[in-house]
Ligand binder design. Structure first.
Ligand code: COA
Length: 155
């Protein structure tokens, strides 16, 4: 695994969006449009992170704050930079920035074993299956990570 200097992970800037959009297109069959990435960046200035190597953006991840939990909207590493620990480094840095009182939830394609392994390694548990969740009809697995243990309630 590469050792990632902390300064290689930073919060997003609006001028990054074009580069992130290219990374998004290289990573997903159904990429988010750049206007949506731009809105996410505006709304989540502390939890939209980019990972740079040699001044190029090779990874990004974004957590949005929903009513009762935080939601991992997307995480991706450029195809030529995968399997070097960068996705995990991004996810760990995102987690550090979140309130530990709220669970972190996500959806992932049932066929996306790389991502499912990453989330499992980071302590996410499967919570359900959303049938036909994606535009092409594929199911989503829903996953959740809790950071604080439920308080024991005495009866
Ligand atoms: C998922 C993704 C972000 C992982 O990024 P990455 O930098 O390659 O992952 P890492 O090198 O940090 O790997 C961390 C862990 O993830 C798992 N993993 C990563 N790639 C894997 C693969 N191809 N097969 C199986 N497990 C894999 C492993 O558990 C790995 O830990 P290990 O190396 O100790 O075994 C990357 O594959 C990606 O960008 N995919 C396309 C976009 C995507 O699907 N995003 C998720 C949307 S829900």
């Amino acid at each position: 695994m590469l050792t990632i200097a902390k300064q290689n992970i930073r919060t997003v800037r609006q001028e990054d969006i074009e580069e992130i959009s290219l990374l998004e297109q290289a990573s997903f069959n159904d990429p988010y449009p750049s206007y949506f990435l731009s809105e996410l960046a505006r709304d989540n200035p502390e939890t939209f992170l980019v990972l740079t190597l040699n001044n190029e953006i090779v990874g990004y991840g974004v957590v949005d704050h929903w009513e009762d939990h935080n939601h991992l909207i997307s995480i991706a590493v450029r195809p030529d930079s995968r399997k070097k620990g960068l996705g995990e480094a991004l996810l760990m840095e995102l987690e550090k920035r979140l309130s530990k009182e709220r669970p972190l939830r996500l959806e992932v394609r049932q066929s996306n074993l790389a991502a499912i392994h990453l989330y499992s390694k980071r302590g996410f548990k499967k919570t359900g299956l959303a049938e036909g969740y994606y535009g092409d009809g594929e199911n989503a697995i829903t996953m959740e990570k809790r950071f604080v243990k439920e308080a024991l309630v005495e009866s």
